[in-house]
Write a new protein. Structure first.
Ligand code: CDP
Length: 203
């Protein structure tokens, strides 16, 4: 069984996926963390984030550890996870995610994982696992999402909202909901409320 949970930036995908995966007793995988890891390695190498030929050689040691409690990304034995949610990675990641060869590399990592699993990102239900049995798509207004993310970033809410809206715009191509996905507006719901809504649909 594969469950896909896609959605716009900061719609709560990772927390919801972790909760659903723990309730089901299966791992979840965050595709965004892989795009973030490529971005971090590119920034640290001083690379042009639009240049596949420079980025791809940096990825040979990258490994995703899909724990239900929270994914970790390793590079040659070093844990990158704590550095993947900085404002500079936020600002560069959509450029990296627009490169077809990088998308292919991420897709290959994900498809190599054994089911059952919960997969979260933008294109899990459309592109990576189109045959998934259960698909969800999370939305919320930009302001609600910015208010949530302000708890995890140093910037103020208007600056975070502007950055999220810009990232949504850059991510438009890969962010269309699957036609067979159930769309959930998470605005009026608590985190547990979203998790429970998904679990009810899975029963
Ligand atoms: O948590 P948040 O929604 O802010 O971001 P994320 O899920 O970690 O994704 C970070 C970035 O990776 C997105 O803004 C997209 O540019 C890219 N991404 C993508 O293109 N396709 C995916 N399946 C997942 C993420």
């Amino acid at each position: 069984m594969i469950v896909t949970i896609d959605g716009v930036a900061a719609s709560g995908k990772s927390s919801v996926s972790s909760g659903v995966a723990q309730a089901l007793g299966v791992p979840y995988v965050s595709s965004g963390l892989l795009y973030r890891a490529v971005t971090l390695l590119g920034l640290n190498a001083g690379a042009d984030l639009a240049d596949a030929a420079t980025l791809l050689p940096l990825l040979s040691g990258v490994r995703l550890e899909p724990l239900a409690s929270g994914n970790r990304v390793w590079n040659a034995g070093a844990d990158l996870t704590a550095d993947l949610h900085s404002t500079r990675v936020d600002a560069g990641v959509s450029t990296v995610a627009a490169i077809p060869q990088i998308r292919q590399w991420v897709d290959d990592q994900l498809r190599a994982l054994p089911a059952p699993l919960v997969a979260e990102g933008r294109d899990m239900g459309t592109n990576v696992f189109p045959y998934a049995q259960h698909k969800f798509y999370l939305t919320a207004s930009p302001r609600v999402r910015a208010e949530r993310r302000a708890k995890e970033r140093p910037e103020d809410i208007p600056a975070i909202e502007a950055a999220l809206t810009e990232r949504d715009r850059q991510d438009t191509t890969q962010s269309a909901p699957a036609p067979d996905a159930r769309v959930i507006d998470t605005g009026p719901l608590t985190l547990q409320g979203v998790i429970d809504t998904i679990l009810e649909h899975l029963r």
